[in-house]
Write a protein that binds this ligand. Structure first.
Ligand SMILES: C[S@@+](CC[C@H](N)C(=O)[O-])C[C@H]1O[C@@H](n2cnc3c(N)ncnc32)[C@H](O)[C@@H]1O
Length: 243
């Protein structure tokens, strides 16, 4: 299932990791080598070498569970990386699952990990800022991707992808670093959100639930996450993201 025209790229040449960077790289403003950057991260690291790794995505699963979505419904995880969300959704009986990421390396690891159980899971190399699916999803999940969008035009592109992909009445589960979370992720600057600030990014969407956690990284540090469950109105809204 083709999901997107083409991956976009960021201008690159910057370092690989992590929140421990003392000299963060200059964030490029062009689309040159973003894929290269994220491929580099997944190529150079194991799962326990990235701060966001968790074997059980409890925060996300809690919000997905609270939707009481039927097992037949279609779910997309954007910027899925190595996340085990798909594994756990399969365990819950969901079978129309799609995960996208810029990193083919990350998705291949997921494919290998899922084995036969995940034979029907769609894993696509695609850019969430330019997602053009041929079908709509009932739930869009994003953990630790939206916060990388530091520019208003990126957030507008993301919102446009969301509106093309999520059916009216569909659910949005989104989690970012919270106000006391790190200022960078994987060496890149990020935007930290309160629940109110994050909800305001999705005009017209109804806040259904809010959550959060202090995520413990594989090396024992803490990252504060803000998480929301939002619902797209049954009739499509036309407005863009808030800059
Ligand atoms: C911090 S990691 C989070 C991974 C996963 N969501 C999790 O919670 O474990 C960010 C992920 O987003 C992917 N990513 C970054 N920008 C992206 C984009 N524009 N489109 C698709 N994936 C992107 C990266 O390759 C990486 O796998």
């Amino acid at each position: 299932m083709p999901l997107t025209n083409r991956p976009r790229h960021w201008g690159g040449g910057y370092g690989r990791d992590m929140n421990t960077d003392t000299n963060p790289p200059q964030r490029p403003s062009d689309a040159g080598s973003r894929t290269d950057f994220w491929e580099g991260v997944h190529d150079a690291k194991d799962v326990d070498g990235v701060s966001w790794w968790q074997s059980v995505p409890g925060l996300s699963l809690g919000l997905v569970d609270s939707t009481h979505l039927a097992a037949e419904e279609a779910i997309i995880d954007v910027g899925a990386g190595w996340s085990t969300l798909t594994d756990h959704l399969l365990d819950r009986g969901f079978h129309d699952l799609t995960a996208i990421d810029l990193s083919a390396t990350a998705l291949q690891s997921v494919r290998d990990r899922l084995g036969d159980a995940g034979a029907d899971v769609v894993l696509e190399v695609a850019d969430v800022l330019d997602l053009r699916p041929r079908r709509r999803f009932a739930l869009w999940h994003d953990r630790a991707v939206y916060h990388f969008l530091t520019e208003p035009d990126e957030r507008e592109d993301y919102f446009a992808s969301l509106e093309r992909s999520l059916r009216p009445g569909g659910w949005l589960v989104v989690a970012t670093f919270g106000p006391d979370g790190p200022a960078t992720c994987s060496g890149l600057p990020i935007v930290r959100y309160t629940h109110e600030e994050l909800a305001a990014q999705f005009p017209g969407y109804q806040e259904v639930d809010r959550s959060g956690e202090d995520h413990i990284t594989p090396w024992g540090t803490t990252q504060q996450f803000t998480a929301l469950l939002l619902r797209r109105p049954a009739r499509a809204s036309g407005s863009g993201a808030q800059g």
